[in-house]
Design a protein around this ligand. Structure first.
Ligand SMILES: [Zn+2]
Ligand SMILES: [Zn+2]
Length: 252
């Protein structure tokens, strides 16, 4: 199961006009795990005009001097005038998370993932694993208020200028892009296990516990008890590094 979102990259739309192409949304932008444009990784995919905040803005193409440009029909702001970031400014965990987004996208078109993530597995195995983990991370916690991913996200992000995790994800609305980014970051933590502690910053010993049990010890703690057995059963079919992570927590 893959969620869909209605997003666009302003820089790609702008480039389409410059290249004389019809303005269109690229199919991959609808994939909910993709929070940033695969071509312009420093550009978050958007669903609203940055200037007037109209959701689902409509675009008009106008001629300014000798150049055509794409403008929001509601407020006239040109897409090319929107602020630009650079990926070098991003923190290591954000860069890692965006790298994972690309890896997942490529695995959907049959490209085997970098062994960095879970060793040597083929694209299909990886895509299936990621789909199962996303479903797990979106499950409600014991209280039925937060998603499991919320228990892995939170304090560990330091790109506050763009993403402060101010938004709490409730189970009913996982669509906000900062929340979706948190899902992908949580995915990175699951795939890397203890190795994710090299990239993500953690506050407070309480949330880490024994490093080699991170992060599945937290997921087991927050997952309703009646769901444990299914997670254990699924994990036995996962690639070795992940199956071992889960087995360590269960043995504890
Ligand atoms: Zn783009
Ligand atoms: Zn606008």
């Amino acid at each position: 199961m893959w969620w869909l979102a209605f997003m666009f990259c302003p820089r790609c739309l702008d480039q389409q006009v410059k290249d004389g192409l019809p303005v269109h949304r690229r199919a991959e932008w609808t994939l909910a795990f993709l929070t940033h444009c695969p071509q312009h990784q420093d550009e978050p995919l958007r669903h609203y005009c940055l200037c007037c905040h109209h959701e689902e803005p409509r675009w008009i193409i106008t001629r300014e001097g000798k150049d055509e440009e794409v403008q929001c029909r509601h407020c006239g702001a040109a897409l090319s005038h929107w602020p630009r970031g650079t990926i070098d400014r991003f923190s290591p965990p954000l860069q890692l998370t965006l790298r994972l987004e690309s890896t997942i996208l490529h695995s959907l078109s049959g490209q085997a993932p970098d062994p960095f993530w879970v060793g040597n597995v083929d694209a299909e195995t990886f895509a299936n694993l990621v789909a199962e983990l996303f479903a797990l991370l979106a499950e409600p916690d014991r209280q039925g208020v937060l998603a499991l991913a919320d228990h892995l996200g939170g304090e560990d992000w330091w790109d506050k200028h763009r993403l402060g995790y101010g938004v709490v994800t409730t189970v009913a609305s996982l669509q906000h892009w900062a929340s979706r980014l948190k899902m992908v970051a949580s995915m990175a933590k699951c795939l890397l296990g203890e190795r994710s502690l090299q990239f993500f910053r953690f506050r407070g010993p309480r949330c880490v516990g024994q490093r080699d049990l991170y992060p599945f010890a937290i997921l087991f703690r927050e997952l309703p008890v009646e769901r444990h057995e299914e997670l254990i059963r699924r994990a036995m079919r996962w690639p070795d590094p992940l199956a071992e992570q889960v087995a360590r927590v269960v043995r504890r």
